[in-house]
Design a protein around this ligand. Structure first.
Ligand code: SF4
Length: 180
């Protein structure tokens, strides 16, 4: 799948208020996925996912856990367009973007490990399960992991909170797929 195809998408109404769709980053063929909710203001401006404050927090924590998210992972969002005012994407928007893009990302990259960031990703992709922060489960050939969204890490206390409450899980996650 070509990133330019995604950039030109006008499938749902989110395209009317965002600057442009923000495609996945990292390498398409990698079968380690990080899935967030939606681009924020900085991502919308730069056309790249996870480059705002939340993305920087993720990158920093992952680096401490021995993971280079840009080199080791396929980084993507549930919806590729920024919702107005950073609101939560609506069901129809989530469904449209999954049908058009995220579903294809799964088919083409065949993920074996997927880290879901925030409840929008978890509740949409795993609606029949209850998976909490630090939780994991194997389903349909994928090892799913779940963490609060990095925007929540920042609200809870930044580096200090992340050290105790995120890093152990990120290390475990990285060790799991590096053994593949
Ligand atoms: S959110 Fe997804 S489906 Fe909707 S316009 Fe953007 S890229 Fe297309």
């Amino acid at each position: 799948m070509n990133r330019n195809e995604i950039v030109e998408c006008e499938e749902c109404e989110l395209t009317e208020t965002c600057r442009m769709p923000v495609p996945y980053a990292g390498r398409n063929e990698l079968n380690v996925f990080i899935i967030g909710e939606a681009p924020g203001r900085e991502e919308d401006e730069k056309g790249k996912p996870f480059v705002g404050e939340s993305g920087k927090a993720l990158k920093k924590a992952a680096f401490k856990a021995g993971i280079d998210i840009w080199k080791d992972c396929h980084i993507t969002n549930m919806v590729k367009c920024r919702p107005p005012g950073n609101r939560t994407p609506e069901k129809g928007e989530l469904s449209a973007c999954f049908s058009k893009w995220l579903g294809r990302e799964f088919v083409e990259s065949n993920p074996k490990h997927a880290l879901l960031l925030g409840k929008t990703a978890a509740e949409t992709l795993l609606p029949f399960t209850s998976i909490g922060h630090g939780g994991k489960l194997k389903l349909k050939g994928i090892m799913w992991y779940f963490l609060y969204h990095p925007s929540y890490w920042l609200r809870r206390g930044g580096d200090v909170w992340v050290e105790d409450n995120v890093l152990p899980y990120l290390r475990e996650w990285g060790e799991a797929w590096k053994q593949r």
